[in-house]
Design a protein around this ligand. Structure first.
Ligand SMILES: Nc1ncnc2c1ncn2[C@@H]1O[C@H](COP(=O)(O)OP(=O)(O)OP(=O)(O)O)[C@@H](O)[C@H]1O
Length: 276
C-alpha cells in the first residue's frame, strides 16, 4: 500500500496514442483515476473504447504519451489477457504454470502445491502433461487464468478473460475473483457483461478513449442523466441486466422498492418486501 492512503494506482491526465499508417491515433484521452487497495473496479465500454489499453497501462505494460501514472511499490499485479495465446509459453499445462513460478523464483518444493491450487481456482481439471496445443480456446483461457493465479498477485487485472468460457466456467472464475477480493486482492475487471457489475464497487466507463462515467454500480444503472431518461449504462450503449430492467418497471409504475436492485437476489428481496 502506498503510505497511509492505501492507494495502489493514480492516473493523472493520462493520454496514450499510437502511430498508425493513418496518423497518430489517440486511444486514451485525459484519464484521471485513483484505485485504492482492496477495491473492485469494473472497466466497461464498447469495442475499441480503450479498455484493454487502460488495463495494459495499469499493468505497467504500455508507455504513456503524456500524463502521470503512479503505481504503488506494493503492487504485484497480474494481467489476464483477452487472448490467451498471448500469455501461454509452455508445451504442457504443468510447464506453462511452472514457467511463471520459476521466473518469480518460487521454491521448487512449493510448486506442485501452487500449481494444484491455481488449477482448482481457475476450474481447470486436466492432467499436467496435457499439451497446450490440444486445448480448446476456453481451456486456454482457464490456463492463462491459472498462470496468473499461481503467482498470487495482490492486484488482478482481468481483461475480458472469460469471453470464450461457457456460463459455468465464467461463473466459477467470477466466484474465484470474489473470494480473492474478500481476502483483500484488488480487482480490475474489464467486461462487457453488465451482469458482472454486481460484484464491482466502482464502475469506470470509457467511450472513445474518454472516461464518461466513474461511480458506484447502482448509479450506473439507475441515474437518469440529461433528461433523456437514460442511465449511464444505456448512454454508453449497453442494456441493463434483466433484474434492473424489471426493477425499473416496478419503480416506474409507482412501487416503492426498499433497494434499487442490481442482481436477481436483490430483486427477489425487494419484491418479497413489497409483498409483505
Ligand atoms: N498497438 C496499437 N496500435 C494502434 N492502434 C491500437 C493499438 N492498440 C489498440 N489500438 C486501438 O486503440 C483502440 C482501443 O483499443 P482497445 O483494445 O483498448 O479497446 P477495447 O475497449 O479493449 O476493445 P474490445 O472491447 O474490442 O477489446 C482501438 O481503436 C484499437 O484499434
Amino acid at each position: 500500500m502506498n503510505g497511509t492512503s492505501g492507494r495502489m494506482f493514480r492516473l493523472q491526465g493520462v493520454n496514450v496514442a499510437f502511430h498508425t499508417p493513418q496518423g497518430l491515433q489517440h486511444v486514451l484521452k485525459d484519464i484521471s483515476l485513483d484505485i485504492a487497495a482492496g477495491e473492485w473496479v469494473a472497466l466497461v465500454g464498447r469495442n475499441g473504447s480503450g479498455k484493454s489499453t487502460l488495463a495494459k497501462v495499469l499493468a505497467g505494460r504500455l508507455p504513456l504519451s503524456s500524463g502521470v501514472l503512479d503505481i504503488s511499490a506494493e503492487v504485484r499485479s497480474q494481467l489476464v489477457f483477452q487472448n490467451p495465446e498471448a500469455q501461454l509459453v509452455g508445451d504442457t499445462i504443468g510447464e506453462d504454470i511452472a514457467f511463471g513460478l520459476e521466473n518469480a523464483a518460487v521454491e521448487r518444493s512449493s510448486m506442485p502445491g501452487r500449481i494444484a491450487e491455481a488449477m482448482k481456482q481457475a476450474g481447470l481439471r486436466m492432467p499436467l502433461d496435457r499439451p497446450v496445443k490440444e486445448l480448446s480456446g476456453g481451456q486456454k483461457q482457464l490456463l492463462a487464468a491459472a498462470d496468473c493465479l499461481a503467482l498470487r498477485p495482490n492486484v488482478l487485472i482481468w481483461d475480458e478473460a472469460t469471453s470464450m468460457l461457457d456460463p459455468h466456467g465464467r461463473l466459477r472464475l467470477l466466484q474465484t475473483a470474489r473470494k480473492l477480493h474478500a481476502d483483500g486482492v484488488t480487482i480490475i475487471w474489464v467486461t462487457q457483461l453488465m451482469e458482472e457489475l454486481a460484484a464491482a464497487q466502482r464502475v469506470v466507463a470509457l467511450e472513445d478513449g474518454r472516461m464518461v462515467y466513474e461511480g458506484d454500480n447502482r448509479r450506473f444503472f439507475y441515474d437518469a442523466l440529461g433528461g433523456d431518461g437514460e442511465a449511464p449504462c444505456e448512454r454508453i450503449g449497453f442494456a441493463a441486466p434483466y433484474a434492473v430492467q424489471v426493477a425499473r418497471r416496478l419503480l416506474a409504475s409507482g412501487h416503492r422498492l426498499s433497494v434499487k436492485p442490481i442482481d436477481a437476489s436483490e430483486l427477489s428481496g425487494a419484491v418479497t418486501a413489497l409483498c409483505r
